[in-house]
Every structure is written in C-alpha cells, then in structure tokens.
Design a protein around this ligand. Structure first.
Ligand code: TXA
Ligand code: MG
Length: 305
C-alpha cells in the first residue's frame, strides 16, 4: 500500500524513524515503547540522553493509559488538546513509554498534537510516538517539510509532508506532579491562558526543571543579538512592527505575535543562509505569545532563560 500514513505507521512498527508533521514544529518520531527505536532518535539528533522525550498520543484516553491525571491536569487536557500543550505527569508503570524515552524519570511528558496527519499516524500505529523537534540538537526547530528533511531526513524511513507548521513554536510544557502546575517551557499556549484555568503557575526554579533547557539552544550559525534598534555592520535585522527594518525580514510587519511566532524559526534559518555577520532582532513584547518568542530568542542569543 502506498498510503503515506500507513507507510509511516509501518515504519514505526518496524523500529524505524519518521518525520512527523505537527502544528508546532516537525518532529522526529519513533515507537515510544522500544528502546532500540528511541535510541535512534537520540543518535540522529546528537541529543544528550538525560533529556527526555514527549510521548505523542492520538487522544486523551490514550494519554490516561500512560500517565496519571489529577483534576487540574484533566482540565488542561480537555481545554487545550488536541493542541500545543505538553503535560508532564506521573508515569504509569509498563505503559508503553520506555525508560530511555523518559530519561529514567518517574514522570512522562504527553501531548495530543493538533495536526490531523500526526494524529492519523499515531492512531494507525496504535502506540505512543516519541517525537522531539526534528532539528539536530541545539539548532532551530524545523517548521517546514524542507527544513525538517534537511536536518534529519537522512535518518528516517518515511517522511510525511504536512505543510508549513501553523504555530511555528514548540508546545508549552507544564508539569502537574503534585497538584500545583509549573511552567517548564513557555510555548504557544500562553501563561495567561493556563493560569485562567489552573490558577497561578509556580515560578521558574520552583517547579521541576526541564532537563532539556540547555542554555544555547535554537541557535543558527550566525550570532544572534536581541532587542536591537537597528542592524549593525553586515547584520540582517529581523523587524517587528511597522517600519522596522527590511519588510522581507520582518517577523510581523503589523506587530502580530501569532505571525511572529510562525515566522521566527523560518526567518532565523533564511537569514542564516545568507551568511551574515550576525542576526539582529528587534524588540518583541513579552506578554502572551511574546513570552515564548522571547524565550527562544534569548536562548538563540546564548542567554540562560
Ligand atoms: O511542540 C513540541 O513539543 C515538539 C513537537 C514535535 O511535538 N516537540 C518538542 O520536543 O519540542 P523536544 O524533545 O524538542 O522538547 C521536549 C521538552 C524538552 O525540554 C524536555 O526536557 C521536556 O520537554 N521534557 C520531556 N519529558 C520531560 C519530563 N519527564 N520532565 C521534565 N521535562 C520533560
Ligand atoms: Mg527541541
């Protein structure tokens, strides 16, 4: 059969890797239950093994077989799934996410992706699918099929083209381990949206730290300078808002945060291809989606978040 969804599900069952489109960024998928398959993911990305992976599932029922949901976790799942929210929850024993995928932790990260093709592949496969962003470790996440293929296409048996990613930034990671939700990674679902539902999030450092939040991350080859007022010698300026820099390089000419999020990694990659002396980025406001955009920019620039 040549149905790409079916072929991808068969590749997963055979222990191979796939390129999985999601609404956030492209993922590098593997069978979450099989350590040999999961090991290929770490290998292809050059990812340190202490950094656990997200188990992607087709629906909330499948997530409940993997992880323990308390009432506030369930409320978050009901509101934001399918969509760009990852929940870090107590793992159930023998629930189909191997130790290597969880980096040996007693917690597990789960998410139901918003992209219909991702859910179709997972449902056809039947088990959970680990899928980190399909970039090599430390590089910007791919948000188009071509970028994903360039990063890790050499390592996959099947690749699904799901078009450009609508969100363009990785999912928000929230842990709900002991009743109190903590924000581990800002993302497309905003802090404000989560707090409206689950109450105040415990601050950075109080919650369990996300092992994957390395200081230099999401970085292109060119040095990145943030909160820049203008381009310096040999730099490309990524603007935000009307009249800031060359429109071709703008994150959003109208100052729209959704558009800026969708463009962020794409622009960083495009600018990098020009081999500039540096990439300067105009100030982006920090509220709402701006928190995740600024988090990625600070990390691309080499600052700890
Ligand atoms: O949008 C996304 O989340 C994308 C798409 C492909 O779904 N995936 C993604 O995966 O961004 P990755 O592996 O690049 O990021 C997963 C993050 C890492 O920061 C990792 O440390 C954290 O989630 N994480 C995973 N399991 C965890 C756990 N048990 N405890 C704390 N943090 C965890
Ligand atoms: Mg990543």
């Amino acid at each position: 059969m040549t149905d790409p969804i079916r072929l991808a599900a068969e590749a997963l069952a055979a222990g191979e890797l796939i390129l999985l489109p999601t609404e956030t960024v492209y993922g590098l998928g593997a069978d979450a239950a099989t350590p040999e398959a999961v090991a290929k993911v770490f290998e292809a990305k050059g990812r340190p093994r202490f950094n656990p992976l997200i188990a992607h599932v087709a629906d909330a029922a499948q997530a409940e077989r993997i992880a323990v949901f308390d009432p506030s976790a369930r409320r978050l799942a009901e509101t934001f799934w399918p969509g760009p929210l990852t929940l870090v929850l107590p793992a159930r024993a023998d629930a189909g996410v191997c130790d290597l995928a969880r980096a040996g932790l007693d917690s597990v990260a789960v998410r139901v992706p918003g992209h219909a093709k991702a859910r179709a592949v997972i449902a056809a496969f039947g088990g959970a699918v680990v899928a980190p962003s399909a970039n090599r470790s430390g590089r910007p996440s791919p948000t188009t099929f071509a970028d994903a293929f360039e990063e890790t296409g050499h390592a996959v048996a099947e690749a699904i083209d799901g078009g450009p990613c609508a969100v363009g930034l990785e999912s928000t990671v929230v842990s709900v381990m002991d009743g109190r939700p903590a924000l581990l990674r800002p993302g497309a679902v905003t802090r404000e949206e989560i707090e409206a539902l689950a109450g105040p999030l415990s601050g950075a450092g109080e919650g369990r730290r996300s092992p994957g939040r390395l200081a230099l991350h999401y970085a292109p080859d060119a040095p990145v300078r943030i909160d820049a007022e203008a381009a310096g010698e040999g730099e490309i300026l990524l603007g935000f808002g009307p009249g800031v820099g060359d429109p071709r390089w703008s994150l959003s000419e109208t100052g729209d945060l959704r558009e800026a999020a969708a463009n962020l990694f794409r622009r960083l990659r495009e600018a990098d291809r020009e081999r500039p002396a540096g990439i300067a980025v105009a100030p982006v406001p920090g509220e709402g989606l701006g928190e995740a955009i600024n988090d990625r920019l600070r990390r691309a620039a080499g600052f700890v978040g």
